[in-house]
Design a protein around this ligand. Structure first.
Ligand code: ADP
Ligand code: MG
Length: 698
């Protein structure tokens, strides 16, 4: 009984091996269950027909009834079959390029057909290219329900007669075999409480709904199921991590932490920083391994929180490590941590891809001897030959640049996995955090250090160049530094580089030596030249840094107060926010100037306006998610959200919260789902992961 949905699709009479292969390749359907979960993306009302005269638009599927009045095979470069049909208002051509013989034989002059497809315009006239068709008689025969499902198909599928209509036919066949054979995966106490359709009913109604209401209920049930199991799996993983992975117990807050806190901390922590340090500290002394996400807006002081946590690890006799996605960032963390700890007996070292072989050898042996307390670095730290004596805490900065594998690589750096703290570069919307990082605990810094003046953001057009130059001049006169950023996108790299160089030249002309010093940094430069220019800017030697987005993440030059973004309409919101975060790091008033051409798209303007109206990274992240959907948001690639078949984390936010709460509640009472009433959940998770032992999931 359990296996019905796992039946290979080719066991369906009409599915040949060739078709099965194409289904697998094109839409990843290989079983009955997969086919039933290939949901329609829309429906047509089979009782509605469009009159040929009323066809007005290219993009929607419609149904037309017409009588065949002419059939024509046109010879030319490739052969074409043209079938002309007529209703009581007008005529229209159906055009076919393939399977001509068979299609030609399927149409008979004088017979009425139902044509289904998207009209296209050719030479100013509507026609149908490769529409689906059947005789009116057959249509009346087969239309039981009013709504008819429309499925996504591909060109290859259509060529193999796997049209939307045929998919509907196969689905219908499977459903007729499925009576009482689709196992329920939600316990009754859930379906009852939330008033949900059974799984079988939902799968029937989603494909062939009786009416609007049953369709709506089918959708709710299937979305609920999808989100709930995603959340349940997260909770199971979290529970397994906690119970399986014993963690080091950092029981003391020791000398180094206290000494640093009392004597060397150059400012007071924000309330949010204090709260978060406490959360992390508590988490590191429970006896379970910590897996925690630290979210905070750009400039909220995540690095310092990380440093305090590393001191706790050191005070408890462990080593700590922080990895960053780029050399520039690693170097910067290294410098600032060294600077924070300059009067303390703590050994901080840096390991990156460009560390010299000789130094690396010394470093690695010091590391395994336990002489290094804090190792800062890049991916280089993940390599197997980097062995710690006793790594207790691993911090991963700017997580979106790293994958899940990297996280787990750090796990294996000690016999008991070290505590893991993941820091994000930009805030993520709540729902996304719930799914992407659902198996992590989360701490949020929701406050910026005191005394920071909110960055003023304004939109200037290209023609406002003189205003801009005057503003730059004034800021330089009072000692400030300026970033000017250009987009550089692979597809238009040459043009972009030219823009950058043109921009650089016009700035150099306007701000000439010796009074002004200008730096330039872009991806095509050698690493050492980049570093040299960055260094000059950091030290305040150069006034203006003209750059591509290589400076996007993490760069910290508090004296820089103006961020000018050229062609700002070409950047995404997250990127704009990151770039803006490069200024506003000191006490001075900072500015972000978004420059665009005069006419920009609606969406571009929406982004610019969003940036001008808020400095809050969480709000920006939410707007970004709404604008682009989860697929384009950094970090989602490895998460399940992109595999969601029917739920949508933007539209279904409420259900997301509901299902999460339910999952948390269930796992807190019955962590291994042993209770009798939870058996369906357990069975379903096990079958989904093709394992009998569901505690293997993770
Ligand atoms: P992010 O969260 O973007 O990584 P950083 O850790 O780079 O932010 O911190 C931004 C700047 O704010 C750094 O120069 C840091 O030294 C400073 N900073 C951090 N915490 C505080 C604080 N409580 N008060 C004042 N400045 C702080
Ligand atoms: Mg940072």
């Amino acid at each position: 009984m359990r296996d019905f949905l796992n039946t290979p699709i080719e066991l369906l009479n009409s599915i040949t091996e060739k078709k099965a292969n194409i289904l697998k390749k094109e839409i990843n359907v290989s079983t009955f269950g997969d086919m039933l979960e290939h949901f329609p993306f829309r429906y047509i009302d089979k009782s509605k027909f469009t009159k040929i005269k009323d066809i007005a638009n290219e993009d929607t599927y419609i149904q037309v009834i017409g009588r065949v009045i002419k059939k024509d095979i046109v010879k030319g470069k490739g052969q074409r079959l043209i079938i002309t049909i007529k209703d009581d208002t007008a005529t229209i051509d159906l055009v076919f390029f393939q399977g001509l013989k068979w299609i030609n034989e399927s149409f008979a002059i004088g017979i009425d057909y139902v044509i289904f497809g998207k009209p296209t315009i050719f030479n100013g006239i509507f026609n149908f290219a490769h529409p689906e068709f059947e005789t009116l008689l057959a249509h009346r025969h087969t239309s039981i329900e009013t709504f008819f499902p429309i499925y996504n198909t591909t060109e290859r599928m259509k060529n193999a007669f796997l049209s939307s209509k045929n998919l509907a036919k196969y689905t219908q066949e499977i459903l007729s075999l499925a009576v009482n054979r689709i196992e329920e995966n939600l316990p009754e106490y859930i379906t009852k409480h939330y008033n949900l359709f059974t799984r079988e009913r939902a799968l029937r109604e989603i494909h062939f709904p009786k009416n609007d209401q049953t369709l709506a209920k089918a959708k709710i049930r299937l979305k609920f199921e999808e989100l709930f199991f995603m959340q349940l799996e997260n909770q199971v993983k979290k529970h397994i991590n906690r119970s399986k992975n014993k963690g080091f117990i950092f029981s003391i807050v020791g000398e180094n932490f206290t000494n640093f806190y009392k004597n060397h901390l150059p400012f007071t922590l924000t309330n949010a920083q204090q709260r978060v340090v406490k959360e992390i500290r508590n988490d590191m002394r429970t006896g379970s391994q910590m897996n925690r996400l630290l979210q905070g807006d750009v400039g909220s002081g995540k690095t310092l929180v990380g440093l305090l946590c590393m001191l706790i690890a050191i005070d408890n006799g462990f080593q700590a490590s922080i990895i960053a996605p780029t050399e520039i960032l690693a170097q910067q963390h290294f410098n600032s941590i060294k600077n924070f700890l300059k009067n303390m007996p703590i050994n901080v070292c840096l390991l990156t891809g460009s560390s010299k072989q000789k130094d690396r050898k010394i470093l690695l042996s010091a590391l395994s001897e336990g002489e290094i307390h804090i190792l800062v670095g890049t991916h280089a730290i993940l390599e197997n030959n980097v062995v710690f004596k006793n790594l207790g805490l691993a911090i991963i900065d700017e997580q979106h640049r790293f994958g899940v594998e990297q996280r787990s690589k750090m796990w294996s750096k000690n016999h008991i996995p070290p505590h893991i703290l993941v820091m994000t570069a930009t805030p993520i919307p709540r729902t996304l955090a719930m799914s992407v990082y659902g198996d992590l605990d989360c701490s949020v810094i929701d406050e910026l250090p005191k005394g920071r003046k909110p960055i003023k953001t304004l939109h200037l057009f290209d023609r406002d160049i003189l205003t801009l130059f005057n503003f730059i001049r004034k800021q330089i006169d009072i000692g400030r530094q300026i970033y000017v950023v250009y987009p550089l996108i692979k597809e238009s790299e040459k043009m972009d580089l030219k823009d950058l160089m043109d921009g650089y030249e016009s700035i150099v002309r306007e701000f000439p030596l010796p009074k002004y010093q200008i730096s330039i940094v872009h991806g095509q430069m050698k690493a050492e030249d980049k570093d040299y220019e960055m260094q000059r800017f950091k030290e305040g030697i150069t006034n203006i840094m003209v750059a591509t987005t290589v400076i996007e993440v993490g760069v910290d030059v508090p004296n820089a107060t103006v961020m000018i973004i050229e062609n700002a309409e070409r950047f995404g919101l997250a990127q704009l926010h990151q770039l803006r975060g490069r200024v506003g790091r000191g006490q001075e008033q900072s500015y972000c100037i978004l420059r665009t051409k005069d006419d920009i798209s609606q969406e571009g303007l929406f982004r610019i306006n969003t940036m001008c109206s808020t400095n809050n990274g969480f709000e920006i992240a939410q707007a970004d998610l709404q604008l682009r959907g989860p697929g384009n948001i950094a970090g989602t690639q490895q998460s399940g959200v992109l595999d969601l078949k029917i739920a949508d984390i933007v539209q279904d936010e409420l259900m997301m919260t509901q299902t999460k709460e339910l999952a948390v509640q269930i796992i807190s009472h019955d962590p291994l789902l042993n209770a009798r009433e939870n058996k369906p959940l357990r069975d379903y998770l096990a079958s989904k992961h093709k394992t009998a032992d569901f505690s293997q999931i993770s």
